[in-house]
Design a protein around this ligand. Sequence first.
Ligand code: ADP
Ligand code: MG
Length: 240
Amino acid sequence: MAAIELRNVRKSFGMVDVIKGVDLEVRKGEFMVFVGPSGCGKSTLLRLISGLEDITSGEMLFDGKLVNALAPSKRGIAMVFQSYALYPHMTVYENMAFGLTLEKGKGKEEIQRRVEKAADMLQIRQYLDRLPKQLSGGQRQRVAIGRAITRDPKVFLFDEPLSNLDAALRVATRIEIAKLHEEMNQVTMIYVTHDQVEAMTLADRICVLRDGYVEQVGTPMELYERPDSIFVAGFIGSPK
Ligand code: ADP
Ligand code: MG
């Protein structure tokens, strides 16, 4: 069964159709990458999946259950954005624990255990007492990812998480995210990027979006060897 299934999902803002009938299955444990030109609807699609925006029509299912009207906090999803959006006046520890302290029934020890585990996974344990401004961009983005991990989500949504980092940090953090996906058993990830190398190296499958539609879905190899269109070939870097 698909972790996430979209059936003819549409989204309009006023008169403007942005997502124009998307059918897509994301498998449990899969690393799915969305690529496509600026403005084609990648971020909007993530926001629909997270519940931050309501779909205009169609159906969205998680583990086979309809979630069209389910509140974002009940979806078991964590989202990591391009800008880290950490609370500047809170330490790294407090930033990572904050979401958990809002959940009912989580004791101090449980929270501490989760934060430290996430910090270990991302190698930021030594920074837990610092403020965000005392960290580099890469470290801050790790904190943002760590904060997402502590919520123990079933699904991670990443919206161009590395695009504010310099090249070397991008590679290091990309490897970290790949490792995370391996370590977190059966966690499903959807990752938006416009970086071909990121897409090709991270993805189990790539979904190429174009102007609110799905143009093609396949493994990096399938898209590279058998692109359906010049558009896809252009995005994947294959010679068609
Ligand atoms: P991408 O992430 O692929 O660059 P977006 O999903 O951000 O694209 O945007 C897709 C289109 O939807 C763009 O034309 C954008 O202007 C429009 N759009 C996104 N959010 C809104 C909104 N809240 N109101 C009106 N238009 C929006
Ligand atoms: Mg975007």
